[in-house]
Design a protein around this ligand. Structure first.
Ligand code: ZN
Ligand code: ZN
Length: 248
């Protein structure tokens, strides 16, 4: 990852922002920031990137001696709606804390760090794959009003800027509220999101290779359903990229 060690602060706006938002490590609170704008080197090293071997379709890590064409039991039983999925960090420890803070405690200052992780993950996993546009998993409008922001959208916009891609933001819509997936089984999750999404403006999707962003995926039921709908709307390919990966 191309993170630079924090050097001398010379930018007056940086100083101004530091006064307003002291730059402390998001993990341990130290002021010795180093690895990324909001993580010290020690905490940064606690993050666990998902590395091969993993399922070539859904990105679920596996242990053992397997080759790059391995497809897990879940993907063999039912082909997901997307072409491939990859979650950058194991959803544990600090990675989990960062995402929970971003989602429920408005820690939107973590967006640049998580977007940098997404970018590194994108280059590692999808480096040779062409994408045209970036999309994100939408929130139901009532939820969006409540929370004030969609964390997946913030990550997608930041990443799209780094990758120099446009964001197709209103093509995918959430048509109804879906109860939290946390305590549901894989089969229940799939049913939970069935029919929850719709598409608009086919002309923005037609023939496009879409990079679909979310904060975290576990069974992948949500991103799979979103990808299915994007393809129904004309998308040629859908690649999923999430900041974290929960093990199912
Ligand atoms: Zn730290
Ligand atoms: Zn799989």
């Amino acid at each position: 990852m191309a993170f630079k060690r924090a050097g001398q602060v010379t930018n007056p706006w940086r100083l101004f922002l530091d006064l307003l938002y002291p730059r402390r490590c998001a993990g341990c609170g130290t002021e010795e920031i180093g690895a990324t704008p909001f993580l010290c080197w020690e905490c940064f090293q606690e993050l666990l990137p998902v590395q091969p071997p993993f399922c070539s379709v859904c990105g679920q890590p596996v242990w053992g001696n397997i080759d790059a064409s391995y497809i897990c039991a879940a993907c063999s039983a039912k082909t997901p709606g997307y072409d491939a999925a990859y979650g950058c960090l194991l959803y544990e420890g600090l990675a989990r804390e960062m995402i929970v803070s971003l989602k429920y405690n408005a820690a939107t200052w973590l967006v640049p760090d998580l977007a940098a992780i997404l970018e590194a993950g994108f280059r590692a996993r999808y480096g040779d794959i062409l994408v045209d546009s970036v999309a994100f998993v939408p929130l139901y409008h009532r939820k969006l009003r409540e929370r004030g922001y969609n964390q997946a959208e913030l990550l997608a916009r930041r990443l799209a800027r780094s990758l120099d891609k446009d964001v197709v933001s209103r093509c995918l819509v959430r048509k109804r509220h879906t109860p939290s997936q946390t305590r549901l089984t894989a089969a229940q999750r799939a049913t939970n999101v069935e029919g929850a999404f719709g598409f608009r403006w086919r002309r923005w999707l037609e023939g496009k290779r879409i990079l679909l962003i979310d904060d975290v995926m576990t069974t992948g039921a949500t991103v799979s359903e979103c990808a299915r709908v994007l393809k129904k709307g004309g998308a040629a390919r859908v690649y999923v990229l999430t900041a974290a990966r929960g093990l199912r």
